[in-house]
Design a protein around this ligand. Structure first.
Ligand code: HAM
Length: 409
């Protein structure tokens, strides 16, 4: 076929699809245990929403958004992330009027025009959670615990939770000046991107992956030394709570995140093995107000489904499948047998394979089914089926009436 999928957009099937569901089900179960409520958000928003929240000078907005015009010339974007949409929905639907605080989660595809590589795609999937209306650090600690629980439940090891505080607007202003004066001294060592970042968004220089920039910024002033009393207190409390919860974490003063809306706490769960961030988030105490809502402190995180999938082992399908083999012109009877088994709660595949019994059983083996249920003319006449245990090879005739009584084993 000459039409292929678009670069960076993937089909997910077979064992990969099973991993996808394992990640999303595990996360959803935990989110429900933490009593988050689902919000199903649109995939398309006005591009302006992301310009005003994620930030004009970020890579996401400058280089990575899929932007297009609709028939009326309005500038729309495929969402690159979910927080901006969740905030928009929170304001638009006046969710702030319903409860003193609100806990939402969402799941779905996000789109970023990045250079595709392992763990980085142009369409990828996130599950995100957002808490609106809580300023205190125990909410930050609980959210990080939730992240930690998701990783533990998935059995993913070798992950470090890194934390940092970006302070409030005033702290950032003071820090920015100190950082700029430091960067001025090492300007000659920085990559061209970082030189232009210095003007647009100097904090992002700390996040550069180029070795020369990493060593040039190793001795840069730390933002945590510039926190005001309240922000410092918030950060100290968070660390105290994380210790009480037994969550191992590492402070990383260079953790600045690639989105502009963050204040105070930021965190990332990073895989040592992959060198990739799996789950990331933080506080964004001004964003709701900046987008036109009432002043509302908020925080959240998002996990990358495909990134977590990279760390899961391959798994066979574990269901015990009953493979009904109609043998001869017995469909009227065999279809009813399959129906009965399903009503008994079994997973049933009705064979569409053509051919003799030997071929059928070979195919059953290939599918890895647990029981072959052979339904031939003799079985039909006697109101019976033959059940073959594919593991032990043991075979027995069973009356349908016995099946109905649930005597199946
Ligand atoms: P983010 O760090 O941009 O944060 O993305 C969160 C996660 O999405 C990443 O840690 C990664 O697992 C996954 N991810 C990002 N880009 C890609 C990609 N191109 N391919 C595969 N996976 C990717 C946010 O999106 C924020 N909205 C998180 C947040 C929620 N902060 C507060 N609330």
């Amino acid at each position: 076929m000459d039409i292929q999928s678009v670069r960076g957009f993937h089909d997910i099937f077979g064992k990969e699809a099973r991993k996808f569901r394992k990640v999303t089900q595990t996360a959803r179960n935990l989110l429900e245990r933490y009593n988050f409520e689902e919000i199903i958000l649109p995939v398309v928003e006005f591009a302006q929403l992301f310009q005003r929240s994620v930030g004009e000078t970020t890579d996401i907005v400058q280089k990575e958004m899929f932007v297009f015009e609709d028939k009326k010339g309005r500038k729309l974007a495929l969402r690159p992330e979910g927080t901006a949409s969740a905030v928009r929905a929170f304001i638009q639907n006046k969710l702030y009027a319903l409860r003193p605080y609100t806990k939402l989660f969402y799941e779905g595809p996000m789109f970023r025009y990045e250079r595709p590589q392992a763990g980085r795609y142009r369409q990828f999937h996130q599950i995100g959670a957002e808490v609106f209306g809580v300023a205190e650090p125990h909410a930050d600690a609980e959210l990080i615990k939730l992240v930690y629980d998701i990783l533990s439940e998935l059995g993913i090891k070798g992950v470090v939770v890194e934390i940092n505080s970006l302070g409030c607007k005033e702290d950032r202003k003071r820090y920015r000046e100190a950082l700029l004066s430091y960067l001025g001294g090492v300007r000659g060592e920085l990559c061209p991107d970082c030189v232009s970042r210095m003007e647009r968004n100097p904090l992002r220089v700390l996040d550069c992956k180029v070795e020369a920039c990493k060593s040039a910024t190793a001795r840069a002033p730390k933002i945590t030394d510039f926190l005001c009393e309240e922000c410092r207190e918030h950060y100290e409390k968070l660390k105290e709570y994380l210790k009480a919860l037994g969550i191992p974490f590492r402070e990383n003063p260079h953790l600045v995140r690639g989105l502009d809306y963050y204040t105070r706490t930021v965190f990332e769960a990073v895989s040592d093995e992959l060198g990739l961030t799996l789950i990331a988030g933080g506080r964004y105490d001004y964003l709701v107000e900046e987008l036109g809502g009432p002043p509302t402190p908020a925080l959240g995180f998002a996990l990358g489904v495909e990134r977590l999938m990279l760390l899961l082992p391959d798994e066979e399908q574990k269901r015990d499948v009953y493979f009904v083999i109609p043998f001869g012109d017995v469909h009227a009877y065999a279809l009813k047998v399959a129906d009965l088994l399903r009503r008994l709660g079994k997973t049933v595949e009705y064979s569409y394979r053509k051919g003799g019994l030997k071929k059928q059983l070979e195919f059953a083996n290939k599918l890895g089914v647990r029981y072959a249920v052979i339904v031939g003319e003799d079985e039909m006449r006697n109101g019976e089926v033959t059940i073959k245990d594919m593991k032990t090879g043991e075979q027995r005739r069973v009356k349908l009436s016995e099946l109905e009584e649930g005597k199946l084993g």
